[in-house]
Structures are given as C-alpha cells and as structure tokens.
Design a protein around this ligand. Sequence first.
Ligand SMILES: [Zn+2]
Length: 74
Amino acid sequence: MIIFGLSTKEKRKPAGQFDCPACNRRASYAKLVHARRFTLFFIPILPLGSNDTGRAICQNCGSEFSRGMIQTTT
Ligand SMILES: [Zn+2]
C-alpha cells in the first residue's frame, strides 16, 4: 500500500529589517509562508511552492504583524 499526500508547513523566510513597534527597536523580521509539499509515506518528496500568508514575525520578540504594517528600511 502506498501512502501519499500533501503537507503544509509554516515556514519563516528571513526578509529584512524593520522598526518593531512591540520591542521598540530595529530588528530583523521574517515572512511567514505556507510551504506545500508532496509526501510519500509521510516523507516530503517534492516541494510544491509556497503561499505567502501576508504575515511577518519579528525575530527579536516574536510578535506577529500584517506585512502592510511593516515599514522596511532597505
Ligand atoms: Zn519585536
């Protein structure tokens, strides 16, 4: 019997720096994306791309923001 399926995992992609309103300092943030993968016997075989969640997380304090709120300084 072959067991296959799809798994979705939330991943953090480092994206840059912003001024975090929660910890009040310049911090790096990561984009939250949903990475989808094809799995065989629960082992990820094939990446199927990722969906942007539109959310970001401060890597210093862990607060979550909608990305529209983030003012990046690049
Ligand atoms: Zn923060």
